[in-house]
Design a protein around this ligand. Structure first.
Ligand code: MEV
Length: 334
């Protein structure tokens, strides 16, 4: 039995635009998904708990047909199951063990579909645990690539490498198309606001694609986000945190123009700014979920706690570890 964990992430800059080849800078945060993989004679059984911050339990066996009794939208649940099924397929393929059966257990403190990279973290940790359980150790590069293929399949071919590369490597990363690398970032005082909701990443990515194909302004907006990311990289290199915050504000405005913000995300962003945050923006696909703000005082967290629509706020630290093995008692035979 092997347990691996991988971190969630926030986007400092560049979500959505990264799907069209613009650069993006996500940062791993110390909120993790842990996946335990144990061999069984055949098939796949998955047990999940705590996939949102308020906690619920999902138990289902085999394929996605058995609908568990949980209070989340079907689309989200199907997506979550899809990520696990595809991750196990990747592990079987990597270990050349197409019929390997698994008992998979997921524990996560990352809210599902809330922009903190829950699906990427689950995919990365699941592939790592399942391949190790089959006696195979993948390089981080191959692990990130296989996790990307999971997202690409589940999101109907519309995914960047950003979430999965960040979750695999940890720290701050820069992704532009196929070019993925780790990068330096100063100490950033992240405060997260969570509205208790979630967005459907596949649907949101598809909506931006349609807008971009129909309106020149949307294509220009995607390119403008790319410009902001490049400016953001210079600000990060100079450790100019105030400028990083300003650019995050601009990035949020452009994401709103692309239609991926929401009333509660906007309310949290404005509450953070009014409380003196250096910058605030939605993180991830949008539609609902989380915002990330920069504030080294307690003002933003307090303001968020009093903001209608904000379910909770918390501080997040940069996670420099990336994927890691929590325990390894693998049998090793395929
Ligand atoms: C979702 O966390 C980030 C998006 O840019 C999609 C992707 O990069 O695959 C919206």
């Amino acid at each position: 039995m092997v347990t691996s964990s991988a971190p969630g992430k926030v986007y400092l800059f560049g979500e959505h635009a990264v799907v069209y080849g613009e650069p993006a800078v996500p940062c791993a945060i110390e909120q993790r998904a842990s996946v335990t993989a144990e061999r069984r004679p055949e098939g796949l059984s998955v047990h999940s708990s705590d996939l949102t911050l308020d906690g619920f339990t999902v138990e289902y066996s085999g394929d996605a047909a058995g609908r568990p009794d949980v209070d989340v939208p079907d689309t989200l649940l199907e997506a979550a199951m899809g990520y696990v099924n595809e991750a196990v397929e990747q592990a079987r393929d990597a270990a050349d063990a197409p019929d390997a059966g698994f008992e998979i257990t997921i524990e996560s403190d990352i809210p599902l579909g809330a922009g903190l990279g829950s699906s990427a973290a689950v995919a990365v940790a699941a592939i790592d645990a399942a391949t190790r359980e089959l006696g195979v150790e993948l390089s981080r590069g191959e692990l990130a690539d296989r996790a990307y293929r999971v997202e690409h399949t589940v999101q109907d071919g519309q995914a960047s490498r950003a979430d999965t590369f960040c979750s695999t490597m940890g720290g701050a990363v820069r992704v532009e198309g196929e070019d993925c690398r780790t990068t330096d970032a100063p100490d950033l005082p992240f405060v997260i606001g969570y509205d208790g909701g979630a967005g459907d990443t596949g649907a949101l990515v598809a909506s931006v694609r349609e807008l971009r194909e129909s309106y020149d302004f949307a294509a220009d907006t995607v390119a403008a986000i790319g410009d902001i990311v490049r400016s953001g990289e210079r600000a990060l290199a100079e450790a100019d945190v105030a400028e990083v915050g300003r650019l995050m504000d601009f990035n949020h405005g452009l994401l709103s123009a692309l239609g991926v913000s929401s009333r509660s995300l906007d309310a949290m962003v404005w509450a953070a700014r009014d409380a003196g945050a250096m910058g605030a923006k939605l993180t991830g696909a949008g539609g609902g979920g989380c915002i990330v703000a920069l504030d080294d005082t307690s003002e933003t967290a307090t303001a968020l706690d009093y903001t209608p629509g904000c379910e909770r706020s918390f501080r997040a630290e940069l996670d420099t570890d990336g994927v890691r093995v929590e325990s390894d008692g693998a049998g090793g035979s395929t």
